[in-house]
Every structure is written in structure tokens, then in C-alpha cells.
Ligand binder design. Sequence first.
Ligand code: GTP
Length: 220
Amino acid sequence: MVLKTIEYDYLCKIVVIGDSGVGKSNLLSRYNKNEFSVGKLSTIGVEFSTKTLKIDNKLIKLQLWDTAGQEKYNSITESYYKGAIGALIVYNIADRNSFNNLEKWLKKFRENAHQDYGIMLVGNKSDLKEYREVSTLEGKQFAEKHYMQFIETSALDSNNVETAFNNLFNFIYYSLFKNKTMTLDINNNGNNNSNIMVGDCEPIQFDQRYTINKPVYDCC
Ligand SMILES: Nc1nc2c(ncn2[C@@H]2O[C@H](COP(=O)(O)OP(=O)(O)OP(=O)(O)O)[C@@H](O)[C@H]2O)c(=O)[nH]1
């Protein structure tokens, strides 16, 4: 008999999307390994990493899919959204074009992902202050209009990188398991939980481990 070790209670797939060069791979390597690289080659297709978090005594394994931003990979990367329940949509605050393309990325995600349980809009390269082309207010307003959280980060100097990922995971976790009312922490004031209002229903029941694909979502 083979005894299988339970490595996690739930597996969640999250994609990182946005134009080529906005810093998706570096945000992930900063978050996962505290590393930053200059001149790394563009991602080909997709790369992924995993992270396991313990929340409310549950082990949540996160699969973070780093997709290629280059147009030529568009048709294949869309297939990688399958089963995803959350996303970080990234633009570069010093590149107006990458901001103008956000609607396109959002549409692709909402059309191809399993479900939208949470999206974090990330304005990366906040260290490039003197080259800024997109104001913080524009970022916030876009996020509010499209029901996303918002944060500005720098993979270069690490500013807000951990907060961006952690706030998104918190948001998704509570949307999935507690079915609560939430207000978005658009200002990201640093306290991950202060904006979360817990509803009074039971956690959603799943019929097996890795069942994020078919959530029973009628508890309230
Ligand atoms: N100044 C600054 N440069 C950054 C930052 N993040 C990434 N970069 C640089 O931007 C370039 C592109 O970064 P990547 O992380 O490869 O971008 P990507 O979005 O993964 O690109 P694709 O793989 O082509 O989709 C690299 O030269 C990085 O060093 C940042 O926060 N600040």
C-alpha cells in the first residue's frame, strides 16, 4: 500500500500577465527568491513556480504562472489561463502603452480563466519616478472601474512586492472560502487584513482536494 503524504489542502492557480518587459518575471523572482536580474531573456511560453501558505490551519499551494508578454505567444498563453482563479495584471508606470493594453489583458483573463476570484493590478517599476507616464491616480481609477485591487511596486528595490502577492492571496482566499463581503484596499495601507469583513457563512465545501475547478459556491 502506498501512503500519500498530504502536501496541501487546496491548490490555486494564479497567472501573471501583462505586456512584454513590464517586469513580470522579476516580480516573481523577487517574491520567490529575493532576486532581481537585468537583461534576462523574455519568457518563452510560460514558466511556473509554487508557494505554499498556511492560512486558518489550511495549506494552500499556489501555482504562479509567469506567462510570456510577447504578442507571438498570444495564442498559446491563453490556454495557460485554463483553471486559473486569480491574476496579477502588470503594467510599467513608465510605459503608457503597457497601461493602454490593460483592457486587452483583462479581457483575455476573464474570457479564458476558470473564474475571477481576485485580480491585483500592479503598476511596476515605481523606482523610475522621473520617467513616470502613468499617474498613481489613473492606476487606482482603472482598478476601481474593473473591480481589481491596486498597488505600485518595484521589483528593482523590492518596494511593495511582497504586499502585492500577499494581498492578492488573502483576497482570493477569503473570496473562495469565506464568501464574505469585502472592500478593496485600493490604498494598500500595509495592513493585509484590516479591510476584510468576515461574513457569517460556513467555508465553501469541496468534494476532493484539488477541486478549485468545480467549487460548490452556494453556501450563502
Ligand atoms: N527599473 C526597473 N526595472 C525593472 C523592474 N522590473 C523589471 N525591470 C527590468 O525590466 C526588464 C524586463 O523585465 P522582465 O521581468 O523580464 O519582464 P517580463 O514582463 O517578464 O517580460 P516578458 O518575459 O517578455 O513578458 C528587465 O531588464 C528588468 O531588469 C523594476 O521594478 N524597475
